[in-house]
Design a protein around this ligand. Structure first.
Ligand SMILES: Cc1ncc(COP(=O)(O)O)c(C=O)c1O
Length: 409
């Protein structure tokens, strides 16, 4: 089964224009189902939840449905494991504010230097409360996070290891099940940033056994809103960061100060509508569960993405003056199609402006993975050039980009 790109692209109003979007790791286009859900909510049921009158009940049902379906989609055990919030950054900051109250001075937390700052800063902030923060550094040759290095950092005081599922620069997929098992054996919890992974593959929090997992819907074809998964037994014990009368047993509300944004939560249901539309346009079996439909659709996405990445990686590999910052393979088991590179003799900032006139959107910078770019010695180079593709891109678009880049290198 191959992904039908005409069907896919027909779902994205923005793709009817003449721009090629290759800055998807910054933010993807939104499928039309998202806008439909948001507009329907605002036009028809925009009242406060929790009252006894009919519209309020209807409104609540829509929000609940989105929350429940997302819990199913990522294979959470229950909806209480799903916390919604304005951004992954805000959700992790909130989580840190709550978790820190359960730690004591001298307790240790480990972060990586490959993460977006969203999954570093909130943990480094714990130093203000007497915690010790250690950095798990990427191996500069393999560009991998190695368990031997993590082993040296972990002690009986380690409470949490925060790391990324896929770096938004390197694109490499980290083996999070294996890493989490390693962390659990040493008595700590895992907090995984799935923001750069979630647009490309299905999420299965039970399979991976992660304790916390966060991602942003605006990179998964949805609205500017985010989801944090946390294991129920862990969330249950966390102190509330909400009003004093929102108790510890009020999960996940205690971690959603100001409550969720109703229309955007409902907008997130639009992402699942889109995935389901794609499923039913490719498969007949109506008996399988949401989680399986979601997985099957993302398998189609992954196959297509590998086909997109291959010609670009081959082209970049063929250029002597170009260095891929990450794995130089398109293999879908190894990477997502977020591809970073530098060009000898040129600053990264020089490249995208030469591509812009061709109506192809790519980008340069550190992408808020500031520590990685600094540690790889790329700051003076204005960081890296990043081409980030998703399943709605076409081989034609990749060919056009290659033609343009060929005139620049
Ligand atoms: C890998 C990664 N993590 C976290 C974030 C932050 O997400 P948000 O904008 O939802 O705070 C980003 C945003 O670019 C990202 O790429």
């Amino acid at each position: 089964m191959k992904l039908d790109l005409d069907i896919v692209r027909g779902n994205f109003p923005a793709l009817a224009g003449d721009w090629t979007y290759f800055d998807n790791a910054g933010g993807s286009q939104a499928a039309h189902q998202i806008g439909n859900r948001i507009v329907d909510y605002l036009n028809n049921t925009n009242v406060q939840l929790g009252a006894s009158y009919e519209i309020s009940q209807l409104s609540e049902a829509k929000v609940n449905k989105a929350q429940n379906n997302w819990a199913d989609a990522i294979n959470a055990q229950s909806v209480s494991e799903v916390v919604f919030g304005s951004s992954s950054t805000a959700l992790l900051q909130n989580l840190s504010r709550s978790l820190v109250q359960t730690y004591k001075p001298g307790d240790e937390v480990i972060v990586t230097n490959t993460d977006h700052e969203a999954n570093i800063g909130p943990w480094i902030d714990m130093e203000k409360h007497g915690m010790v923060v250690k950095i798990w550094e990427v191996n500069k040759d393999s560009l991998e996070l190695e368990l031997d290095d993590l082993d040296k950092l972990m002690t009986e005081k380690t409470k949490l290891v925060a790391f990324t599922h896929a770096s938004n620069i390197l694109g490499t997929i980290n083996p999070i099940k294996e890493i989490t098992e390693f962390i659990h054996k040493r008595g700590a919890l895992s907090c995984v940033d799935g923001v750069a992974y979630a647009p490309h593959r299905a999420i299965d929090v039970q399979l991976w056994d992660v304790d916390f997992y966060v991602f942003s819907m605006y990179k998964v074809y949805g609205p500017h809103y985010s989801l944090l998964f946390g294991k129920k037994e862990i969330l249950d014990k966390l102190p509330s960061i909400n009003h004093f009368f929102i108790g510890t047993d009020d999960v996940p509300y205690k971690l959603q100060p100001g409550n969720v944004n109703y229309e955007l939560t409902v907008g997130c249901q639009g992402v699942l509508d889109y995935i389901d539309d794609i499923y039913y346009q490719h498969y007949q079996d109506t008996s399988i569960l949401l989680f399986d439909r979601y997985s099957k659709v993302f398998d189609l996405f992954a196959n297509h993405e590998e086909e997109l990445a291959r010609p670009l990686i081959d082209f970049l590999n063929s250029k002597k003056n170009v260095k891929i910052i990450g794995k130089d393979t398109a293999n879908k088991e190894i990477r997502v199609p977020t591809i970073a590179f530098t060009v000898a003799g040129k600053k990264s900032s020089e490249i995208p402006p030469l591509v812009d006139p061709h109506k192809i959107g790519i980008r340069w910078g550190d992408f808020y993975a500031r520590r990685l770019i600094d540690d790889l010695g790329l700051s003076n180079n204005d960081g890296i050039v990043r081409v980030s593709m998703v399943h709605y891109n076409t081989i034609d678009e990749v060919s056009r980009l290659i033609e343009v880049l060929d005139t620049i290198f």
